[in-house]
Design a protein around this ligand. Structure first.
Ligand code: FE
Ligand code: CA
Length: 514
């Protein structure tokens, strides 16, 4: 520990003493932690105008098979600090929290009372013998209400199968250090693949598929052994939602069991920089929420999984799809979304969600009602209610941000999704996978010119990467970032560059070549 560290953490110690004097924290034997417990790194998330949530989890032996990270079965107090400078000379907030074994020694701190539109640094220290200091994270607060920042940069990412490619996209996100990272699901996968092109393997506990709390916890711990992923978390606040693979492939209202969902969601919460409002209660969770970015952006983060209508088959019947009660999101969430779209204090309304929204099948006839269970095509009544809802509410610039399909897509959204001559009502930017699928996810050809049958589909590319967006009051620029090699382990020998760039001028609700 440097002298600076010692001096600045005296402040944290004083805060700890005050909290202890106020009752409730402390009063235990100082635990012995011989090895570094911060190997899973640090993270922050869900910024507001005056704060954010800070996260870490103590795990000196991340891959221990019991999922407990090598921690003793005792409480450990953890000090935290927020500073305006990276040397922690000017600490502006600090405190102490207790990491407990029942939450796998995870730490979530909701910081408030900070300045808006400002970058901060944060770190943790264990109250242990010896004491350990975490790596440093960088995060920020949002602009105040009505404040128009010059610009906002975001990274949109999803689908990070650990085995199938190196996490170069995460390294580039860390290098970008955007204002916000949106992660739209499939952070981990419950299954192992056996592809010739795999670059590494999930640890194997003798089961093919993860379905216990210990195994779910281990998945997150193994992902966080990747330095590029830790760097991406330490570089910027994230807004995270899950999709199916954090739980089980095809997860919806009917499957898997409530007990398995509860274990998966507990592990997800323990390992994500999310607020207590997103803490699961058994298999129930409030995942959907909004983030505000002054006069520039409003983010609506959806839960398309936990209340999705039960699905008997992959291709449900016409009667099922035609029913207004056949829902991707609950009626309560649909109303919450439409209410949030009724006022639009910001230029851009960005809907961060998991699965494909636009119609993407040229052979799909709306009168036959077919549509799979894994995209909004299979829930078209609700999709069309939502799209019509933002049109009638006069939303100036709706942008759907989507993951799941392991390919980049750039799509204009149409008032009638089955008529290419219909009015343009928004855009959908679909991020490819960080790593899932490896060198190629499918055998379908790329779409590099507007699709001949569906010209509102401007682009599709099967590479690994993420979408980098820059928002201003005048336009949104979307860069479809692609990784040059999924199998080369050395980041200095790969490139992560824009394969295609589109611009959405404010008020136009359509993609233009960038
Ligand atoms: Fe995926
Ligand atoms: Ca998925």
């Amino acid at each position: 520990m440097s002298r600076l560290d010692r001096r600045s953490f005296v402040l944290g110690g004083a805060a700890a003493a005050l909290l202890t004097a106020g009752g409730g924290v402390g009063a235990q034997v100082t635990p012995q932690l011989p090895h570094d417990p911060f190997q899973l790194g640090v993270a922050s998330g869900d910024p507001t105008t005056d704060g954010f949530v800070l996260w870490t989890r103590l795990a000196p032996a991340p891959l221990n098979p019991d999922g407990l990270g090598g921690m003793p079965a005792t409480n450990v107090d953890v000090e935290w600090q927020v500073a305006t400078d990276g040397n922690f000379a000017n600490v502006v907030a600090s405190g102490i929290v207790t990491a407990v074994p029942s939450s796998a020694h995870s730490v979530h701190v909701e910081v408030s009372g900070l300045d808006h539109s400002r970058f901060y640094y944060y770190r943790f220290r264990t109250v242990s013998t010896p004491a350990h200091i975490s790596p440093r994270g960088r995060t920020r607060t949002a602009p105040g209400p009505g404040v128009m920042p010059a610009k906002m940069t975001i990274a949109v990412a999803s689908c990070a199968h650990f085995e199938e490619a190196w996490f170069h996209a995460f390294r580039q996100i860390a290098n970008d250090s955007p204002d916000l990272v949106l992660f739209l699901g499939d952070y981990t996968y419950e299954f192992s693949t056996d592809k010739d092109t795999n670059v590494r393997e999930y640890v194997d506990w003798g089961t093919d598929v993860v379905d216990t709390l210990a195994e779910y916890r281990l998945r997150y711990a193994q992902h966080r052994t990747d330095p590029a992923l830790r760097a991406a978390h330490a570089a910027a606040p994230w807004a995270v939602v899950f999709d199916d693979h954090e739980v089980k492939n095809g997860y919806h209202a009917g499957t898997p069991s409530a007990a398995q969902k509860a274990q998966a969601l507990q592990a997800w919460y323990e390992n994500m920089p999310v607020r207590a409002a997103q803490r699961p209660n058994g298999s129930a969770i409030t995942l959907y929420r909004r983030l505000e970015w002054g006069a520039l952006g409003r983010f609506h983060m959806l839960d398309t999984r936990t209340t999705r209508s039960p699905m008997a088959t992959d291709m449900p019947s016409c009667a099922t799809i035609g029913s207004p009660n056949h829902r991707m999101i609950s009626g309560t969430q649909e109303q919450w979304l439409l209410d949030g779209l009724a006022t639009h204090p910001a230029t851009w309304d960005l809907i961060g969600q998991q699965v494909f929204f636009a119609n993407r099948d040229p052979d799909r006839d709306p009168t036959t009602c077919d549509g799979g269970s894994e995209s909004w095509d299979g829930y078209r009544q609700q999709r069309d209610r939502i799209a019509a809802g933002w049109v009638t509410r006069g939303v100036p610039n709706p942008v759907m941000l989507t993951g799941d399909v392991h390919r980049h897509w750039a799509v204009d959204l149409l008032q009638n999704p089955y008529n290419s001559n219909s009015a343009h009502i928004g855009v959908e930017l679909v991020t490819t996978s960080v790593s899932s699928g490896g060198p190629r996810a499918s055998t379908e050809p790329d779409i590099l010119q507007p699709h001949p049958v569906m010209p509102y589909i401007k682009y599709r590319r099967d590479r690994r990467g993420y979408v980098r967006c820059t928002l201003t009051a005048a336009d949104l620029t979307a860069e479809f970032m692609t990784v040059s090699s999924t199998t080369e382990p050395d980041f200095s020998r790969v490139t992560v560059t824009p394969d295609r760039r589109f611009v959405v001028p404010a008020g136009q609700r359509r993609l233009m070549p960038g």
